[in-house]
Design a protein around this ligand. Structure first.
Ligand code: GTP
Ligand code: MG
Length: 169
């Protein structure tokens, strides 16, 4: 098909937040897999979306693998940070990991798209509350956006990626 500019997108966030599930929703429907397992280390996918060719780095969010994230900051044109909206207990852990990430010199000015994922769960926090819990209003050195999503149905996923594409195109 028609392939536009190539961009590298790093997908991070705590384990079980729904990163791999969301990435599946970006694939053409026949190629989507519904049985997703926890990522070991990381995987790389190439996807066409909105006239761009995305090389997506799907990182494991498990504690023992989080140190791998920064290996890819240098090449990243954008970051997708996935949050489990229902995981109130670990919101502070997500914030710690995110702040650590944003402080890294190799990731300066790169746009960050936050997916407030699992919006379907009854205990899901609204995106405004998540933004507050993560301290997003304090981010002044880069474009950022938070979009509620449902990785199972794909709701919100295209909307988020469109925002990112507008910053990369
Ligand atoms: P790691 O690879 O371990 O870092 O996890 P991950 O962030 O890639 O999460 P993964 O995509 O494996 O999803 C974890 C679980 O959450 C799976 O059982 C998914 O089916 C489920 N899940 C993902 N998105 C949603 C969502 O929007 N709503 C609900 N209810 N469940 C979801
Ligand atoms: Mg995964």
């Amino acid at each position: 098909g028609i392939s536009g500019r190539k961009v590298n997108v790093l997908v991070v966030g705590l384990d079980n937040s729904g990163k791999t599930t969301i990435i599946e929703r970006l694939k053409p429907r026949p190629k989507q897999s519904s049985d997703v397992v926890p990522t070991v280390g990381f995987t790389v996918e190439e996807l066409q979306k909105g006239g761009l060719t995305f090389t997506v780095f799907d990182m494991s969010g498990a504690g023992r693998y989080r140190t791998l994230w920064e290996q890819y900051y240098r090449e990243a044109d954008a970051v997708i940070f996935v949050v489990d909206s229902a995981d109130k207990l670990r919101m502070v852990v997500a914030r710690d990991e995110m702040e650590h990430m944003l402080r890294h010199p190799n990731l300066r000015k790169v746009p960050v798209l936050y997916f407030a994922n699992k919006k379907d769960l009854p205990v899901a926090m609204p995106p405004v509350e998540i933004a507050q819990a993560l301290g997003l209003e304090d981010i002044k050195d880069r474009p950022w956006q938070i979009v509620p999503s449902n990785g199972l149905t794909g709701e919100g996923v295209d909307q988020g990626v469109e925002w990112l594409s507008e910053r990369l195109g």
